[in-house]
Design a protein around this ligand. Structure first.
Ligand SMILES: [Zn+2]
Length: 500
């Protein structure tokens, strides 16, 4: 096992890749139990965050809250959310004998993707498991949603069963508004509804589930927008009805069999969007109500804040720590990031699947001004090889909203075809930089440039000083663009965010 600690130390000393996955891989080859061995030494146990969208943002928010609650979160790096990345995060704090050298208030805070979840959970034996949502994502890698849900259910059943036997109990923090996720907390005959008591004598009573959800129905509409988003009832298999749908399959659902969305313990009772500046949220928890000014926009970030607040509640963080942690949040790597470049504001948004893309487009719509836009689509392993998902995203929303458009990435041509069919290319607004003179009036500025650095230069040249360039891209395109910005001195390497 010694070689693993050595590998971690060497990686940190050389600074390669910010010390992410490689030494963990070595560690696992040498000792498959390394994850379990290290996790058992975490003084305050571990939290595992999983789901399709929002797990990095939720982990960042939760980190801020837990620090303010007096804990010391030990995290795995962004984008390294496999078992070996988690082993690496802990190996970095272990000595030559494999003993964890961490303060007594250390709590593990690990995000894991859908595929690694079933391996990570039995090894880490988390105190709290947070599930944000479950969407169709990267089908070529993970299989269908129901398959993933089945694997998770099995991992959770084994885990909660063992922990109950040991008298400990893993707490589930689940999105009540996602029927597939909520069903993970159902015992098959319904949802446990007894409230979780974390007060007084320190005895935990009630079932080990904390649901979170959105109660402000003003932001919903009836039924899913697309038939493909409809879900079947986990109890009887009939199609669920949505009196209130917020986005995708997220909302308030019911079934004639009596199955319905569980009542959330931690909920947003009022949400007011303040454009791109942020969001006012009134949270209700069993500990009381709490007004929070979240400094990031978008409904998806309301859900991330809810997930973080519910997890913090499950870990007994006090309300003032929850508020302070959420209000100090700055966007996680690439999820929604602002960079100043030559007097222009560059807004970076990660979108790796149809739901993420639709949320990105919805967030952009909060800025009513005609937009300069750079879209980039890659098809490397980390993006998902199959890019057909772009046909499930609502690019039609952009038609008539865009002043300059640059399309980039390895699959720029596919994306350009999609934008053509969405009516975006034919509805570009006149660009002042292209000119208003005879012959050029109304000339739209649309460019296809697969090279990201050149695409950025082109898009910036269309954006006047003081204006905003919106950049929406897939995962490896985000990495590549961050590298370009970093090389030019505009942004810090992303792993610096995680070294704190
Ligand atoms: Zn039913």
């Amino acid at each position: 096992m010694v070689a693993a600690w050595l590998a971690g130390a060497v990686s940190r000393a050389t600074g390669r890749g910010g010390g992410t996955a490689l030494p963990g891989l070595l560690a696992e080859r040498i000792d498959p139990d390394v994850l379990r061995t290290l996790a058992r030494q975490l003084p305050r146990g571990a939290v595992v965050v999983t789901g399709t969208n929002g797990k990095t943002t939720t982990s960042h928010m939760l980190t801020g809250i837990l620090r303010r609650a007096g804990l010391h979160p030990l995290r795995n790096a962004s984008g390294s959310n496999l078992a070996r990345g988690i082993a690496t995060a802990m190996a970095a704090h272990a000595d030559w004998t494999g003993r964890l050298r961490a303060p007594a208030n250390t709590v593990g805070l690990f995000e894991t993707d859908e595929a690694a979840f079933a391996r990570v959970v039995p090894a880490v034996e988390p105190r709290v498991i947070v599930v944000t949502n479950l969407f169709r994502d990267q089908l070529d890698r993970y299989g269908e949603v129901d398959t993933v849900a089945g694997i998770w259910r099995e991992a959770l059943r084994v885990e909660t069963g063992r922990r109950e036997g040991a008298g400990a109990g893993t707490l589930l923090v689940l999105n009540a508004d996602d029927p597939t996720v909520a069903a993970l907390g159902s015992n098959g005959t319904g949802f446990p509804q007894r409230s979780l008591s974390l007060r007084g004598d320190g005895q935990e009573v009630g079932p080990p589930v904390v649901y979170f959800g959105l109660d402000d129905v003003r932001w919903g509409h009836e039924g899913p927008e697309h038939a493909a988003d409809a879900k079947v009832c986990p109890a009887c298999g009939a199609r669920l009805r949505y009196p209130v749908c917020f986005y995708g399959h997220i909302g308030h659902y019911t079934c004639t069999s009596g199955h319905r969305r569980p009542d959330p313990a931690v909920r947003a009772i009022r949400v007011d969007f303040r454009g791109l500046a942020g969001t006012e949220i009134m949270l209700a928890t069993p500990d009381g109500e709490l007004g929070v000014t979240l400094p990031v926009p978008g409904l998806h970030n309301v859900y991330n804040a809810l997930a973080a607040a519910a997890a913090a509640y499950a870990l007994r963080a006090p309300l003032p720590a929850i508020r302070a942690g959420l209000e100090a949040f700055s966007a996680a790597f690439g999820r929604l990031e602002r960079v100043e470049v030559g007097g222009r504001t560059v807004f970076l948004v990660l979108a790796k699947n149809p739901v993420g893309m639709n949320e990105a487009l919805r967030t952009l719509a909060l800025d009513a001004a005609p937009k300069h836009l750079l879209l980039a689509l890659n098809d490397l392993d980390a993006d998902g090889r199959d890019v057909s998902w772009i046909w499930d995203a609502d690019f039609e929303r952009l038609a008539g909203q865009v002043r300059s458009l640059t399309v980039s990435g390895r699959r720029a041509e596919d994306l350009a075809v999609r934008l053509k069919y969405a009516g975006v290319l034919d509805a570009l607004l006149p660009s002042p930089l292209v000119g208003e003179g005879p012959g050029v009036r109304g000339s739209p500025a649309a460019h296809v440039e697969p090279d990201l650095a050149r695409a950025l230069d082109g898009a910036l040249s269309q954006t006047a000083p003081g204006e905003t360039l919106y950049v929406v891209l897939t995962y490896t395109a985000m990495l590549a663009l961050r590298r370009v910005l970093t090389d030019r001195g505009h942004a810090a390497p992303y792993w610096e965010d995680d070294a704190r």
